[in-house]
Write a protein that binds this ligand. Structure first.
Ligand SMILES: CC(C)[C@H](C(=O)O)[C@@H](O)C(=O)O
Ligand code: SF4
Length: 466
């Protein structure tokens, strides 16, 4: 019988099916961080257990860490305790930790791919919704809750109801100034923040095949923002080239064997999806969000919808509530609006490719004097690469501040917060109320759209500058 890519990987990892119930799935790789692991460690300890296969788990400190002076003790007490607890737990259970000061430290979804831990055909989980990022390699990767983290610690397996499968086909050439972030913001604006609920999404088509791994990760990362359980892309030459020679990638004949196996990881030609969506790449323009969920987005030249144009009463109320929080009006354009902050980071867009692109655009330009610009690399290694390539000089000359690796202003769990009432163009993935700090107002956009705003001090159309 023909199968989708998702089904092939899922079935290969199925240990048992519970009649009328969930499947038990073997997990190849388990990532953990300081926020969702303490309860799980406490849970296994309460049962008198140890982590069953500690070498299948990798830990990093990312959410609570400061992004300056990481060599000093963490100032915020809660953050300090969380990171300390992670260190103790990893030590007690024999789990490898890339903590502060370690050369591999960084955002969990950045370091997995970067180190070659993330590989095609794997099942990967983490107590973090953006685990979907790893699906870009043709892995079944999804976020889990703390009680499921405990399940994986205890058994290296997880009980999961098998989701439905959706395919989103994107074909054609991208317009000038349009990045993969715009593709995913466009899709979510079309199908809404709940449009893929209950599904695992496979992205396919010529536009996707033409993308780099970094760009594919950005798309898979935000699958969760339309309600999907995860997102994935069939591995191809681009994938193999990215993984090859990375630290934990298979080497020698093991590499050849793996690639032969990975080449079979694609949906069969006649595989049936529960839902399918077709998108024309030429329809996509640079995008920006105006509301408090990632589905409330428009093209950079667009206007905010009017409440009168929205049929559903719930949606209408949500729009008005979002606009009130955002200090925006219905029908208003965003272009030309002043912003006070630009945040270029998070597991969506903090890879070296993002910074190369931004650096080549801003070279020789100065940031607007009223804007604060934060460059927060996704990992320590990305930061080192920025310096090795001399991009740091470009950023410094433009007045962009380069910080150390962490989740940073993507969410207000650490010292990096956006002041209440201020606007921030952010390359992250969530614009919820208070996400970047109490009262902070987030406009999600691509790294290029963020960079051009840093220079002009206002929401701008990158196409007018390149
Ligand atoms: C803190 C963590 C559990 C959370 C997540 O699951 O995604 C965070 O990473 C986020 O992006 O909101
Ligand atoms: S960077 Fe943001 S979205 Fe990614 S894991 Fe950290 S908090 Fe979550």
């Amino acid at each position: 019988m023909s199968k989708t890519l998702f089904e092939k990987i899922w079935e290969k990892h199925r240990v048992k099916s519970i009649p009328e119930g969930p499947d038990i799935i073997y997990i190849d790789k388990h990532f953990i961080h300081e926020v969702t692991s303490p309860q799980a460690f406490a849970g296994v300890e309460k049962r008198g257990l140890k982590v069953f296969r500690p070498n299948k788990t990798v830990a990093t400190a990312d959410h609570n860490v400061p992004t300056i002076d990481q060599h000093l003790p963490i100032k915020e007490e809660l953050s300090r305790r969380q990171v300390q607890k992670l260190t103790e737990n990893c030590k007690n259970h024999g789990v490898e930790l890339y903590g502060l000061g370690h050369p591999f430290q960084g955002i969990v979804h950045i370091i997995g791919p970067e180190l070659g831990i993330t590989q095609p055909g794997m099942t990967i989980v983490c107590g973090d919704s953006h685990t979907s990022t790893h699906g870009a390699f043709g892995a079944v990767a999804f976020g889990i809750g703390s009680s499921e983290v405990e399940m994986v610690f205890a058994s290296q397996c997880i009980m999961q109801t098998r989701p439905k499968v959706m395919r989103i086909n994107i074909n054609g050439k991208l317009n000038k100034g349009v990045l993969s972030k715009d593709i995913i913001l466009y899709i979510i604006s079309k199908i809404s923040a709940s449009g893929a609920t209950g599904y695992f999404v496979e992205y396919a088509g010529s536009t996707i095949s033409d993308l780099s791994m970094e760009a594919r990760m950005t798309i898979c990362n935000m699958s969760i923002e339309m309600g999907a359980r995860g997102g994935m892309i069939a591995p191809d030459e681009t994938t193999f080239q990215y993984v090859k020679n990375r630290l934990f990638a298979p080497k020698g004949t093991a590499w050849d064997d793996k690639v032969a196996e990975w080449k079979k990881l694609r949906s069969d030609d006649d595989a049936v999806f529960d839902s399918e969506l077709n998108i024309n790449a030429e329809d996509i323009e640079p995008m920006i969000t105006y509301g408090t969920n990632p589905g409330l987005g428009i093209s950079i030249n667009g206007t905010i919808p009017t409440s009168g144009s929205i049929e559903d009463e719930g949606d209408r109320k949500n729009l008005l509530k979002a606009l009130e929080y955002m200090g925006l009006q219905e029908g208003q354009p965003l272009k030309g609006m002043r912003v006070q902050n630009v945040f270029i980071g998070s597991c969506t867009n903090s890879r070296i490719e993002d910074y190369r692109l931004i650096a080549s655009f801003i070279k020789g330009k100065k940031k607007n004097e009223n804007v604060k610009v934060m460059i927060v690399p996704g990992s320590h290694q990305v930061r080192e690469q920025i310096v090795a390539e001399g991009l740091d000089k470009i950023f410094n000359e433009s007045g962009f501040q380069i910080r150390q690796a962490g989740c940073s202003a993507c969410l207000g769990m650490n010292e990096d917060k956006i002041p209440a009432g201020e606007y921030c163009i952010s390359t992250s993935n969530r614009n919820f109320e208070g996400r970047q700090g109490p009262g902070a107002r987030t406009l999600l956009a691509s790294p290029l759209t963020a960079a051009v705003a840093a220079i002009t001090g206002e929401v701008s159309d990158i196409r007018e500058f390149v």
